[in-house]
Design a protein around this ligand. Structure first.
Ligand code: KIV
Length: 286
């Protein structure tokens, strides 16, 4: 695929401009170098190194065990594969909740060592002082409200949020507070479409939905979910754009069968030796 000559790096200004013009923003997760290159080549606007990596890459049962060290390792790999997309690194559970100084320090590490353009953290009005401090340090912050997977235990599981009028109003108040605190965008996860639409209308910053309907300013999906690579949990909001799991397993089975019947490697995958050298070699064995 040819990359257009005039392609520019996506910045915060690009994202704000898209919101103003009503042009939808695209975002995908990526956790490693080759994936980041694929996402970038497809001209996706934003690339999230989500703490979902704990579940889809590291095999944890939730995002809770993910550490700063693991996030930094994956952020660096993604940064090496990204030229154009605006990158966001997730602050993992307990890297920003204990005190504000630690939160600013860890956010800084995601930029300095992880080479991300910005950070994302979960939570509503209670996170305002933390967000303000991180933004004051010069670090762009993306908010994340609705279903916040790091606190799924407190929420009683992976459940849709904002289904009652009272909880929907609380989500709107959270979104407005996050915007006033300086967030440049907010993820709305698993929220009724009508609630997400009203929040998106009221905010000046973009909303990026995942299970929040078509009226958000942008959409995000987890790479492994949209390609059918992870089938442990299949939320209603996931659309499978490919079934790579079957494709990959079929390729592995064909490889195993090829080996079993000596179909692989064939001539084309084998290094030849000059005939005279081969003769000397074989003769010297007699
Ligand atoms: O970690 C993640 O992948 C996320 C998305 C679900 C928004 O936070």
């Amino acid at each position: 695929m040819q990359i257009p000559m005039n392609r520019k790096k996506v910045t915060l200004l690009t994202l704000q401009d898209k919101k103003k013009r009503g042009q939808p923003i695209s975002m995908l997760t990526a956790y490693d170098y080759p994936t980041a290159m694929l996402v970038d080549e497809a001209e996706i606007d934003m690339l999230l190194v989500g703490d979902s990596l704990g579940m889809v890459v590291l095999g944890y049962e939730s995002t809770v065990p993910v550490s700063m060290r693991e996030m930094l390792h994956h952020c660096r790999a993604v940064a090496r594969g990204t030229k154009y997309a605006f990158t966001v690194g997730d602050l993992p559970f307990m890297s920003y909740q204990v005190d504000i100084a630690t939160a600013v320090h860890n956010a800084g590490r995601l930029l300095k060592n992880g080479r991300m353009d910005s950070v994302k953290l979960e939570g509503g009005q209670e996170m305002v002082p933390t967000i303000e401090a991180i933004v004051r340090a010069g670090i762009p912050v993306m908010g994340h409200i609705g279903l916040t997977p790091q606190s799924q235990s407190k929420l009683g599981g992976y459940r849709v949020q904002g289904k009652t009028a009272v909880s929907a109003l609380k989500l709107l108040a959270d979104a407005l507070a996050l915007e006033a605190a300086g967030c440049f965008a907010i993820v709305l996860e698993a929220v009724p479409a009508v609630v997400a639409a009203k929040i998106s209308q009221r905010l000046h910053i973009p909303t990026i939905g995942i299970g929040a309907g078509a009226s958000c300013d942008g959409q995000v999906l987890v790479f492994h979910d949209m390609l059918g690579l992870y089938n442990q949990i299949q939320p209603r909001f996931v659309k499978n754009y490919a079934d790579l799991r079957s494709t990959i397993i079929e390729a592995f089975i064909t490889y195993r069968e090829d080996i079993a019947v000596h179909n692989f490697p064939s001539e084309e995958h084998t290094y030849p030796m000059k005939a005279e050298e081969e003769k000397i070699f074989l003769d010297s064995l007699d």
